[in-house]
Every structure is written in structure tokens, then in C-alpha cells.
Design a protein around this ligand. Structure first.
Ligand code: NAD
Ligand code: ZN
Length: 337
């Protein structure tokens, strides 16, 4: 087990031997909140009371939170005890939300089991559930006590989930030139599931995220850079019902294209980004119509009725730009290259 040197404000471990019990204090009480699929595959490693949720996004519902509260009351958890999430980003978001609100906050440990949750959602302290069909409508900022990542979990993750998580890795690579260069050299090993190389990649992505979050915990400044690909990506995710990471990859493509067409990003750099998306086997182009662009008008980065986009200026540099919905549509409707 390796403890990462991060200054995140909580401990992050990376391992490959299901050893989280070594980190638990026997005098405390623990309630597991576990994804249904993960429970079916790994229940032999979990001993203790559990609330089974999901699978996936289904966990992010108020009914899940109420079930967790009921189990906390039944188990008589108090503020020194812990909820342990075991699952992907959906489980972590819901369990973290329950932990942050039960008795105004009890202990929280996150065991992410998907690549996306390891590189992204388990780090940064955001929790959320969906409400009235709107994603992440209700949530809190709440740091875990420990994040324990075990790459063994990735061995049962469908290839489609691995591929989709690469959308977020590409995001980090556009934000950081050194990750871009590393990925360019190591992508084949990542895609052929070399776990040592994947561990390395997870560490690099987390470091980028922690560095940004530490400068802007509550998402009012530089943290919005982590939303690269997400303004157009969220609209694609809703409109086409595709996975988050797949939508983010396409979002990065379109936001890079907008940047190029506005004269911000050089064509050579645009092609580097397109090539990376293509090498990951992710689809970049979808049919974009007016309805899809108007979906972006709900984005939380918008200001004064304008759509907020994080646009790449270069590999390793982005800036926030505000655009009228009409102007954005005019740029996007030109056939893609
Ligand atoms: P997920 O949690 O929805 O899981 C995806 C699928 O993988 C599910 O069907 C699940 O049952 C299955 N699964 C999980 N682990 C498995 C394993 N080891 N083996 C086999 N199957 C497994 O998906 P995700 O991509 O991890 O997370 C997406 C969620 O994360 C979204 O709700 C998104 O909003 C949220 N998110 C949150 C943050 C944050 O900062 N809090 C950041 C990014 C994304
Ligand atoms: Zn994302």
C-alpha cells in the first residue's frame, strides 16, 4: 500500500491487495454504502453492515440518502463513526452527501472502484445527488477522512467504462502539458491495461486535481478549469444519453474547435487534441442542433445569460470565455473538420 504525497487535507492510498481494513480503527463503527454490482462481485471482501445502492447513477437519489440515514440510526452511529463508500462516482457522491449531512457530518471514507472515481470524483470533496431530473442539483463540499484506491477493482470494470474514464484523463492532459507528453508516450500501455502504468496515471491525474482544488476549494475561480469539456459535454450527455466520460471527450473536441475558430487555439494543437481522443477510441463528433446548444444555457458556469466555456489556448493552458447562445450555435453549426 502506498500513501500518496499530496497535501490534500486527507490521506490518499493506492494499493492492489484489498487491505483497507489495516487503516480502520477497531474502536469506531463503520457502515458500508456499496454499489449493487460491486457488492455482487466483491462482497467476500466486505465484512460489516452495508446499504446496497444503485447500480451507478440510480444511487444519487433522495430515497438512497433516507435509507442510509435509517441504517445510521439503527447502527447508532455518532460523529466519530464512519460511512464507507465502495463503488464508482455515483456511490461516492451519494454516500458522501449522506455522511456530510447526518448529524451535521460524520466520518467519511471513500473506496472508489471505477477509474473515473479514482482519477476524479473521489478527490476534491464534492458530494451530490440528482433532483427532479437535474444532475448534481443538491450537494455539499465535504472532505473524506481517507481515500483508498485499489486497482484490483479495475479488473472487473467493463472496457466501455475504462474507455469512458479516458475522457477525464484527456481533460487533465489538456490542462497539463507534462501529463499530455506522458500520455502520448504511455497511452498504448494504459489501453492494454498495464496496471503499473495505470497506477502512475491515476497518481498524476490526482496531483493535478489536488493542486487546482487547493487553490479554489469552493469552485469560484481556477477550479472551473476542471470543467473543460463539460459545458458542451453535459449537453451531449443529456441529449444523447451517453456516459459522462464519453461526453466529456466529445465536449473537449467541440470546445477546442470553438477555440480554434475564435482564433485562440492553433490548428496544430487542435489536431494534437483530436488525435488523443481518437487514440483512446472515443467518438468526438455528434449532430449538434439548436436544442442541444440551448441545453447549455443551464450550465453553472454561465454569467449574465451568456454561456461559460473553458477553452484551450494551448496544451497546458485554458481560459474561461463567455458567449451568447446564438454566436456559439453559429460557430458550432459549421461542419466539423
Ligand atoms: P458509476 O458510479 O455510475 O458506475 C458505473 C458502472 O460501473 C455502474 O454500473 C457500477 O455498477 C459499475 N461498477 C463500479 N465499479 C465496478 C467494478 N469495480 N467492477 C464492475 N463494475 C463496476 O460511474 P462513475 O463513472 O464512477 O461515476 C460517475 C458519477 O460520478 C456521476 O454521477 C458524476 O456526476 C460523478 N462525478 C462526481 C465528481 C465529484 O467531484 N464529486 C466528479 C466527476 C464525476
Ligand atoms: Zn467530469
Amino acid at each position: 500500500m502506498k500513501k500518496l504525497d499530496l497535501r490534500a487535507g486527507y490521506d490518499v492510498y493506492i494499493d492492489n491487495s484489498f487491505n483497507v481494513c489495516l487503516l480502520l480503527d477497531k474502536r469506531k463503527k463503520y457502515l458500508y454504502v456499496i454499489d449493487e454490482m460491486v457488492d455482487a462481485l466483491y462482497s467476500r471482501y466486505i465484512s460489516g453492515e452495508k446499504v446496497i445502492v444503485g447500480p451507478g447513477e440510480k444511487a444519487k437519489d433522495m430515497s438512497t440518502i433516507l435509507r442510509i440515514y435509517d441504517a445510521c440510526i439503527e447502527k447508532e452511529l455518532d460523529r466519530g463513526d464512519f460511512i464507507i463508500a465502495v463503488g464508482g462516482g455515483s456511490t461516492g457522491d451519494a454516500a458522501g452527501f449522506a455522511a456530510s449531512t447526518f448529524k451535521r457530518g460524520i466520518g467519511f471514507i471513500n473506496i472508489p472502484t471505477t477509474l473515473l472515481a479514482m482519477i476524479d470524483s473521489s478527490i476534491g470533496g464534492k458530494t451530490a445527488i440528482d433532483y427532479k431530473g437535474i444532475k448534481n442539483q443538491v450537494g455539499t463540499f465535504y472532505d473524506p477522512f481517507i481515500v483508498y484506491m485499489d486497482t484490483e477493482f479495475l479488473k472487473t470494470l467493463p472496457t466501455s467504462e475504462i474507455k469512458s474514464s479516458m475522457g477525464e484523463v484527456i481533460k487533465y492532459a489538456v490542462l497539463s502539458r507534462s501529463l499530455y507528453e506522458w500520455l502520448d508516450n504511455n497511452l498504448n500501455d494504459v489501453l492494454s491495461m498495464d496496471y503499473e502504468v495505470i497506477k502512475d496515471m491515476i497518481e498524476k491525474c490526482i496531483k493535478i486535481k489536488v493542486d487546482i482544488v487547493n487553490q479554489d476549494k469552493t469552485d469560484r475561480g481556477i477550479r472551473t478549469h476542471l470543467n473543460l469539456g463539460h459545458t458542451i459535454g453535459h449537453a451531449l450527455e443529456t441529449h444523447y444519453d451517453i456516459s459522462h466520460g464519453t461526453a466529456v471527450a466529445a465536449g473537449i473536441y467541440y470546445e477546442s474547435l470553438v477555440s480554434y475558430r475564435l482564433g485562440i487555439l492553433q490548428s496544430k494543437k487542435l489536431h494534437c487534441i483530436i488525435e488523443l481522443i481518437d487514440r483512446c477510441g472515443l467518438k468526438a463528433q455528434y449532430h449538434l442542433d439548436k436544442e442541444l446548444v440551448s441545453l447549455m444555457s443551464h450550465d453553472k458556469k454561465n454569467v449574465g445569460g451568456k454561456i461559460g466555456l473553458i477553452l484551450p489556448e494551448d496544451i497546458g493552458r485554458v481560459r474561461k470565455v463567455l458567449m451568447d447562445e446564438k454566436d456559439l450555435y453559429e460557430i458550432l453549426k459549421v461542419p466539423a473538420i
